[in-house]
Design a protein around this ligand. Sequence first.
Ligand code: ZN
Length: 76
Amino acid sequence: MTHLVIRTCPTCGSRRIRRVKRDIQSKRNGETFVAKGIEIEECPNCGERLFSPEALEAIAAQRTRLQKRPRARKSA
Ligand SMILES: [Zn+2]
């Protein structure tokens, strides 16, 4: 039993946790980074967001991809 499924919100105890796709913002070294289309569990009751190991991996993967490609866009 290695697959962890979260069904109860650790914050408010609601059992209505559901899986949604979100753009996740995170900060690292003062830079804001957005990972798009990440599947997370979200509590519709209190707004708590729970990140599965898969979600964290997906975020890390997008971050790595971003770092390999230097920003070409210039804000004029
Ligand atoms: Zn909750």
